[in-house]
Design a protein around this ligand. Structure first.
Ligand code: ASP
Ligand code: MG
Length: 424
């Protein structure tokens, strides 16, 4: 008997009939002789709607209250799903994140899981019940307040619980058949990736591929837990995220490029005229770190000899920009930089592939493809298995399509079906 953890995203539980369909799928897994623990997201666009509602009553809602509000979305879906399963004659119990033992730090809106103590879930399994857990939420160890794990955080709940329960597999159900070589909404010739490594998947997630939450992949890698990303709208085999996808026996040759990811959710801030002195960059980034802002790419220009000043540009989540700009304004007096520039009309396009380690010329091919597509590069950053560029937002689609074609990733026939529409 296997212990299967299944996570259903918002599009899989968007309405009553979806919930009933998912309930059947869960019951079928149970009937096949498995123990089943299910993690659910909020129905459809509930989280966005709740955020809108909050904004209408307050432009900057207190984090504690926002988390209290947003976590209600998952409570709705978990209870409805448990009812639908009960209606099929099976025992199901729903649990909030807190009840399921998801213990976090106290950073509202992007809390980190620090411990998972799922004794109530174990009890439910021992009693042959199906446990349904609200994703995306936990409880702070210090303040005892309810927290959320950041947008898309239900994936992380699923993997963290699967690891703590020593599950055999964590299945992540979404509205596409797996992970594709590019977003099928932009590249219709995108292909399904049968197997991908944790490292590549982490790069994809960090570069805007929304199909899996970055922390969830980090977690899975740490515990060597296989993730199977698949559609709840079909029974097709999806994408396996594992440590060594190209090991012998899998009959898969390592591609040079596994996929092309893109991200429109970042903005660029330029600190203009920073005195070129030891420690200035350190104070700028210390200030941003203290404000809990995750910086992505950084570019420092060569300082102009005449002025002894330099410009430092960096990218960050657009949503964090007001906080970042405010924090930087506060230190303008100390650092004596000249001004701040802000640009949210940017996009990031990234090539990811473990194969690029051993293949020269990947950058040249990528940049030539962008040039042919008439897309200008504003910033560049690389890792061992990734090349990312920042481009103007209106060039993103063309850049993704051009890169996909240049690395022969286009499929001959359209493979990608988007069942739900949200990719969640
Ligand atoms: N409902 C949350 C969100 O929309 C969490 C999730 O879907 O994973 O971000
Ligand atoms: Mg999701």
């Amino acid at each position: 008997m296997a212990l299967v953890v299944q996570k259903y995203g918002g599009s899989s539980v968007a309405d009553a009939s979806c919930i009933k369909r998912v309930a059947q799928r869960i019951v079928a897994t149970k009937k096949a002789g498995n123990d089943v623990v299910v993690i659910v997201s909020a129905m459809g666009d509930t989280t966005d709607e709740l955020l809108d509602l909050a904004e209408q009553v307050s432009p900057l809602p207190p984090g504690r209250e926002l988390d209290m509000l947003l976590t209600s979305g998952e409570r709705i879906s978990m209870a409805l799903l448990a009812m639908a399963i009960a209606n099929l004659g099976h025992e199901a119990r729903s649990f909030t994140g807190s009840q399921a033992g998801v213990i976090t730090n106290s950073t509202h809106g992007k809390a980190r899981i620090i411990d998972v103590t799922p004794s109530r879930i174990r009890e439910a399994i021992d009693q042959a019940h199906i446990a349904i857990v609200a994703g995306f939420q936990g409880v702070s160890q210090d303040t005892k307040d309810i927290t959320t794990l950041g947008r898309g955080g239900s994936d992380t709940t699923a993997v963290a619980l699967a690891a703590a329960l020593e599950a055999d597999v964590c299945e992540i159900y979404t509205d596409v058949d797996g992970i594709f070589t590019a977003d099928p909404r932009i590249v219709t010739a995108a292909r399904k990736i049968p197997r991908i490594s944790y490292d590549e998947m982490m790069e994809m997630a960090a570069c805007g591929s929304k199909i899996l939450h970055l922390r969830c992949v980090e977690y899975a890698r740490r515990f060597d837990l296989p993730i199977h990303v698949r559609s709840s709208f079909s029974t097709k085999e999806g994408t396996w995220v594992v440590s060594d996808p190209y090991s012998e026996g899998t009959e898969m040759e390592q591609p040079i490029i596994s996929g092309v990811a893109h991200d429109r959710s970042e903005a660029k801030i330029t600190v203009v005229g920073v005195p070129d002195k030891v420690g200035e960059a350190a104070s700028i980034f210390k200030t941003l770190a203290d404000a809990e802002i995750n910086i992505d790419m950084i570019v420092q220009n060569v300082s102009a000899a005449a002025t002894g000043r330099t410009d430092i540009s960096f990218t960050l989540p657009t949503a964090d920009s007001p906080t970042a700009l405010a924090a930087l304004k506060k230190i303008q007096g100390d650092i004596a930089y000249e001004s701040l520039l802000f640009d949210d009309q940017i996009g990031k396009v990234s090539l990811v592939g473990a194969g690029m380690r051993s293949h020269p010329g990947v950058t040249a091919t990528f940049f030539a493809a962008l040039a042919d597509a008439g897309v200008n590069i504003e910033m560049i950053s690389t890792s061992e298995i990734r090349i990312s560029v920042v481009v103007g937002q209106d060039g993103v689609d063309a850049a993704v399509a051009a890169a996909h074609r240049a690395f022969d990733l286009d499929a001959d026939q359209v493979e990608a079906v988007v069942y739900g529409g949200s990719g969640r």
